[in-house]
Design a protein around this ligand. Structure first.
Ligand code: ZN
Length: 288
């Protein structure tokens, strides 16, 4: 695999590591190959004394359209050496056991561990930031969005109460979270800013430069001071119930997957990328 078709690219600019999701032809849909490549990149940045701050970005027009539920590189039946926890391999396990093992590792477990990376991490978001894409933006310390960025978690259409890393009520407030989930509609960057979910909105052409400039100014702060500040705020967020809340909702999430599988054909209520897109269009453009 050349660096051009690797699912994640890693580069540095001075003291800033830039981690790029690199499946633009699939709007950076996340398969497990990408998840583990992201984990490699974050480890590398954590271990490199020259790196003070990370920027997470997506190649192409979109940050990430979510988990891979339909590209040719979808790899949900592939084993990877597990890193986020000690749940056994999901491959070949029956029913809910497989899903629970897999999602504990590659979704909730990975996101939790990335949130704890002891260096500041900024999400640089343009275009789509949908469902699993939100999880990646939310584990970053904050979000800089282009004016064309939009955010949505449409998985209630699958009968599922939100994505696996259930940070919604903490990153936007409970009432906004209900609207966001009940409607599943796109929220644009300005609205996300007014909800407190993103920090800054900048013209698309300035996005990379603006984010890098912030990262460089943060990088001038002392390393230990930044690491402790991040931990302090994460701990405060946990005291507001985020981690315990997420754990309890993860059970509801898997109840939903299991219910779908029990009453229908699969754990996603028969939805795939195409049917989700068509449902959204039908909802947004009635009569089309
Ligand atoms: Zn799930």
């Amino acid at each position: 695999m050349t660096s051009n078709d690797a699912p994640v690219r890693y580069e540095t600019q001075g003291n800033v590591a830039i981690v790029t999701m690199n499946r633009p032809q699939y709007r950076n849909a996340q398969n497990s190959a990408m998840t583990y490549a992201l984990d490699d990149a974050f480890y590398r940045a954590a271990d490199d004394d020259e790196v003070a701050v990370l920027v997470l970005r997506g190649e192409g027009k979109h940050f990430s359209a979510g988990h891979d539920i339909g590209s040719p590189g979808r790899d949900i039946d592939t084993s990877f050496p597990r890193r986020a926890g000690l749940w056994w391999d999901h491959v070949g396990r029956p029913g809910a056991e497989s899903r629970y093992a897999r999602e504990s590792e590659v979704y909730l477990g990975m996101c939790r561990r990335w949130r704890e990376l002891p260096k500041p991490m900024i999400a640089q978001v343009q275009g789509a930031c949908i469902a699993g894409g939100l999880m990646l933006a939310w584990v970053c310390d904050f979000i800089v969005a282009a004016e064309d960025a939009f955010f949505a978690d449409p998985v209630v259409r699958m009968g599922i109460p939100g994505v696996e890393y259930f940070a919604h009520p903490w990153v936007m407030g409970p009432r906004q979270a209900k609207e966001f989930l009940y409607l599943g509609e796109r929220v644009d960057a300005q609205r996300a800013l007014s909800w407190g979910m993103v920090n800054r909105v900048v013209p698309a052409e300035d996005l990379a430069e603006h984010t890098l400039s912030m990262a460089q100014r943060i990088a001038a702060m002392p390393r230990m001071g930044l690491a402790l500040t991040k931990k302090a705020i994460n701990q405060a967020e946990d005291l507001m119930g985020m981690t315990a809340g997420m754990d309890s909702v993860f059970g509801l999430h898997h109840l939903a997957h299991a219910h779908n599988a029990e009453v229908g054909s699969d754990s996603l209520a028969g939805q795939d990328a195409r049917s989700m897109r068509e449902a959204r269009r039908a909802a947004e453009e009635p009569g089309r």
